[in-house]
Design a protein around this ligand. Structure first.
Ligand code: ZN
Length: 224
C-alpha cells in the first residue's frame, strides 16, 4: 500500500480482525461452507461466536473493541486495516480474513475474540498463535507478538486463562486465520463470556476501553 507511506511516519500497517459478524447467524448456508484452513484441512467459512449470559454477543464485543484499538493505534500514526467494515454483514470467511493481513503486508495481525467456556470458574484471557509454525512469520515474530500483548494485558490487570494454554499463551494448529497468515498473527481471546466476572468487563464500555488500551500497548511494543 504505497500511498499510505507518506502519511504514516512509521509506515506500519496493523490488521485488526474482529471475530465473527452480526449477520452470520441468519446466513448459515454462507458461513457453513468449507474453506481452506491450512495444514491441508478445511473449516466452515465463519461461525456465529458466543455471547454472555445476558445476551451480549461476541461479534458486537469484537467489533466495538476493534474500533477502540483502531482509534488508539491511529492516534499513534499506525495505519489500521479492518477485516470487516460493520457488524451487520456476513463473514468474511476465515481464509479471506487471513488474505487481508497478507495482502496488506501487515506488520502485525491481531484477531479479537472472547471465549465461551461453560467450565465452572473458567476465566481469564489467552492469546493463540500458530504452532508448529508454517512459515518464518509464524515463528519468532508471532510468538513475540503474543508475549508482548500478553505482558501488557497482565500489566493492565487482566488475569491469564485458568483453563486454556499456559501463562496466557496457547499454541494452536487448528485456527485457519493463524495457519494461513504469512505475517506475525495472534488471536486474542479477551475473556470468557460465560464467566460472570469476565462478562462484566467484556460488556462494559469502560472494560472494553481497558482491553483496547492494553492490546494497543502490546502492539506498539511489538512494532517498536
Ligand atoms: Zn470468537
Amino acid at each position: 500500500m504505497p500511498s499510505s507511506a507518506a502519511v504514516v511516519p512509521a509506515g506500519k500497517v496493523v490488521v485488526l480482525d474482529p471475530g465473527h459478524n452480526g449477520g452470520n447467524a441468519t446466513n448459515a448456508a454462507l458461513i457453513n461452507r468449507p474453506v481452506p484452513a491450512g495444514r491441508g484441512r478445511t473449516k466452515p467459512c465463519n461461525t456465529t461466536g458466543t455471547a454472555t449470559a445476558a445476551g451480549y454477543p461476541e461479534h458486537a464485543f469484537a467489533w466495538d473493541l476493534a474500533q477502540r484499538v483502531r482509534d488508539l493505534l491511529a492516534a499513534r500514526g499506525v495505519r489500521v486495516v479492518l477485516t470487516r467494515q460493520d457488524n451487520k454483514s456476513v463473514g468474511p470467511c476465515v481464509d479471506r480474513r487471513a488474505s487481508i493481513g497478507n495482502e496488506s503486508a501487515a506488520a502485525a495481525v491481531v484477531s479479537l475474540h472472547a471465549d465461551g467456556s461453560a467450565s465452572a470458574g473458567a476465566h481469564g484471557f489467552h492469546i493463540a498463535y500458530s504452532a508448529p509454525a508454517l512459515n518464518a512469520a509464524q515463528g519468532e515474530p508471532a510468538l513475540r507478538l503474543a508475549r508482548t500483548v500478553r505482558d501488557k494485558m497482565v500489566a493492565a490487570g487482566f488475569a491469564t486463562s485458568t483453563y486454556i494454554g499456559s501463562r496466557g499463551l496457547s499454541a494452536r494448529d487448528d485456527l485457519a486465520g493463524l495457519n494461513l497468515s504469512q505475517r506475525p498473527a495472534v488471536l486474542v481471546e479477551c475473556g470468557n463470556m460465560r464467566n460472570a466476572d469476565d462478562a462484566a468487563a467484556l460488556s462494559s464500555a469502560a472494560g472494553r476501553q481497558r482491553y483496547a488500551a492494553a492490546i494497543t500497548d502490546g502492539v506498539l511494543g511489538f512494532l517498536g
